[in-house]
Design a protein around this ligand. Structure first.
Ligand code: ZN
Length: 365
């Protein structure tokens, strides 16, 4: 039996807990939601949606971050204050009441949804969780796999190399999570192809583990920046042909601008990237059609899967849920509906591969 293997989940202690990086994490989280739609940010005292993009700032990077006393609230909220007025943004559903997702909670969710294994992505938004995630995989070695975290903007420095080696060799992590959001801390002065990162890629090659890439720098103009980061990844792929890679979150273009006329298309930059040997893509398409009534039934995302299958092959496609954030749009079970019942052009083998088999080849038990 092919296992059901989720390529994208998170475990984390209460987000209000300082895991040693609170100031940097709050700054990065604030940057992460800077383009939140006007109706997503609300005034706390009367719950009124506010019409202005108050968190965008004058430039891209930590030097331009608006000073708003950004902090973690309760029930899935983050909060901030501008000119004495409090505002909030619902980062998770209110059911994530203390903003935590411990391993036994995640495992219970997996049991309920029928998921055998899951990959813990280690985005800094959830904390500096090297030790925490090590505990999670120690507790559930047959169920959870973890990705190492690195401070991307100084990924080639000795302390970061040591840190990555420790996570992989001593803690038993299985790959590296690398997000362009990290370059926020150096005002996006450089990116993934900077020579300073070469020692990191040498280490990853030596350790023989995959890299999971996230294009998440949230710079303007968003669509152009996304496409140019995909081109950066392609250049990187051609310079580092021996390292297996997964593009996480899949097709950010679908949600960056929901009003473009050809929204549900696969950009050529993604096809080019995926045609590199050893490259796959994680699909959490339910979150990309977040604005629809019931995302798994959005006709466009089915077309996206069909295009990917014919252009790069079903064996390069990997389902990811992004639990517990997934529940902003659908339940955990519903995040599989697109592949389980909607894509009638898939063979049973292809379906099993997307829902777990393809990821199992990267991380065999
Ligand atoms: Zn995530």
């Amino acid at each position: 039996m092919t296992p059901v293997f989720d390529a994208h989940v998170h475990c984390f202690p209460p987000l209000s807990e300082d895991t040693g990086d609170m100031q940097a994490r709050m700054a990065e989280t604030q940057h992460h939601i800077r383009f939140a739609g006007a109706t997503d940010i609300r005034r706390t005292r009367d719950n009124a949606p506010i019409g202005e993009p108050v968190l965008v700032g004058d430039g891209d990077g930590i030097s331009w971050l608006p000073d708003v006393d950004f902090r973690i609230g309760r029930y899935g909220r983050v909060e901030f204050t501008i000119n004495g007025e409090d505002y909030y943004y619902q980062l998770f559903t209110p059911s994530l009441w203390d903003n935590s997702c411990p391993a036994d909670y995640m495992i219970t969710q997996m049991d309920y949804a029928g998921v055998d294994r899951a990959l813990l992505q280690s985005d800094r938004m959830y904390g500096k969780l090297d030790d925490y995630l090590a505990d999670c995989i120690r507790q559930y070695p047959d169920r959870l796999v973890a990705l190492a975290q690195v401070d991307e903007w100084r990924g080639g420095s000795p302390d970061q190399l040591e840190r990555v080696r420790r996570q992989i060799e001593d803690y038993g992590f299985s790959g590296l999570y690398f997000s362009t959001s990290g370059f926020f801390h150096c005002d996006f002065e450089f990116g993934v192809n900077d020579p300073s990162l070469e020692p990191l890629w040498e280490l990853i090659g030596e350790l023989g583990v995959p890299v999971h890439w996230s294009s998440a720098s949230k710079r303007r103009p968003q669509m152009e920046v996304y496409f140019s980061e995909l081109e950066d990844f392609d250049r990187w792929a051609k310079a580092h042909p021996g390292i297996s890679s997964v593009l996480t979150h899949g097709l950010e273009n679908l949600r960056i601008d929901v009003n473009v006329p050809n929204r549900y298309h696969v950009p050529p930059q993604i096809l080019r990237l995926l045609n590199n040997p050893g490259w796959s893509i994680e699909l959490m398409l339910h979150k990309m059609s977040f604005d629809d009534e019931f995302p798994p039934y959005t006709p466009g995302i089915k077309d996206v899967v069909r295009t990917l299958v014919s252009e790069v092959g079903a064996e390069k496609l990997i389902w990811g849920s992004d639990m517990p954030s997934c529940e902003e749009v659908v339940t955990y079970k519903q995040s599989m509906v697109l592949f389980k019942t909607r894509c009638d052009f898939l063979t049973q083998n292809e379906r099993d591969g997307i829902l777990g088999g393809n990821l199992e080849r990267l991380y065999p038990l």
